[in-house]
Design a protein around this ligand. Structure first.
Ligand SMILES: Nc1ncnc2c1ncn2[C@@H]1O[C@H](COP(=O)(O)OP(=O)(O)OP(=O)(O)O)[C@@H](O)[C@H]1O
Ligand SMILES: [Mg+2]
Length: 230
């Protein structure tokens, strides 16, 4: 198992948000985390990455307990993370954003060309300030930044949120290609149709509990859809 999360609990101050969440992602598998607004999806990813400390439970990556490691240490082990809201350095150019990240991750500059091949729309914009890109372009840049760290698993928090439809298709196609190339993906996605097309497995969170897991096809079932309806 590439990623094993067991009985994970975390929250903010005294407010507990996750209540014993367990999940697994096999090498090369795409697992989609779903659930209504505010159920704890981002909290889960932040705890998996160590941005937020786990109050109990464990996170293991590639057989190694990473529960107490810092986020950048998890990145170095191969966990790539694109947080919700796709944070980039707005003052830096597109290329500057990629260079800073590739250097911090001690990867060769060729990793930048590989990442850009997946997002050709960024190529004519390398000198532009990241802050001047559209939301969709910033999301693509954020994904490219995660890829230049050469992850074995990509963790994506709502990459299609608030993004215009044509770019959503580009982002979906990029995730599809990454998955097809053998990269494992843990994806938070609210659009059911995208989850259906991309995922191997899914899990649904509700109020910090896993209330359902299954193969992606089961997302078509009425009882499953009811768990996601607003
Ligand atoms: N920084 C924070 N401090 C305190 N409470 C927070 C913080 N971030 C989130 N919460 C609370 O934790 C709960 C889970 O939030 P979280 O952002 O994980 O949900 P989510 O499923 O990602 O929602 P969304 O679909 O809107 O992205 C919510 O009740 C939220 O209000
Ligand atoms: Mg969220």
């Amino acid at each position: 198992m590439l990623l094993s999360v067991s009985d994970l609990e975390s929250g903010y101050g005294r407010a507990r948000v996750l209540f014993g969440v367990s999940l697994e992602v096999e090498s090369g598998q795409l697992v989609c985390v779903m659930g209504r607004n505010g159920v704890g999806k981002t909290t889960l990813l932040n705890t998996v990455m160590g941005v937020l400390p786990a109050t109990s439970g464990t996170v293991a990556f590639d057989g190694r307990d990473v529960t107490r490691l810092k986020p950048h240490e998890r990145v170095r082990l191969g966990m790539g993370y694109v947080p919700q809201g796709h944070q980039c350095f707005p003052q830096l150019s597109v290329l500057g954003n990629l260079l800073v990240t590739v250097e911090a991750a001690k990867q060769p500059k060729s990793a930048i060309d590989e990442a850009l091949d997946l997002f050709p729309a960024l190529k004519p914009m390398l000198k532009r300030s990241a802050g001047h890109l559209s939301g969709g372009q910033q999301q693509q840049l954020a994904m490219a930044r995660a890829l230049v760290t050469r992850p074995r698993m990509l963790i994506l928090d709502e990459p299609t949120e608030g993004i215009q439809p044509s770019i959503i298709l580009e982002i979906e196609a990029a995730i599809e290609r990454l998955h097809a190339s053998g990269l494992a993906v843990l994806l938070v996605e609210q659009y059911l149709d995208i989850a259906l097309r991309l995922a191997d497995r899914f899990l649904i969170l509700d109020a910090g509990h896993v209330v359902r897991t299954g193969d992606a096809g089961e997302l078509q079932r009425e009882d499953v859809r009811r768990l996601l309806a607003v």
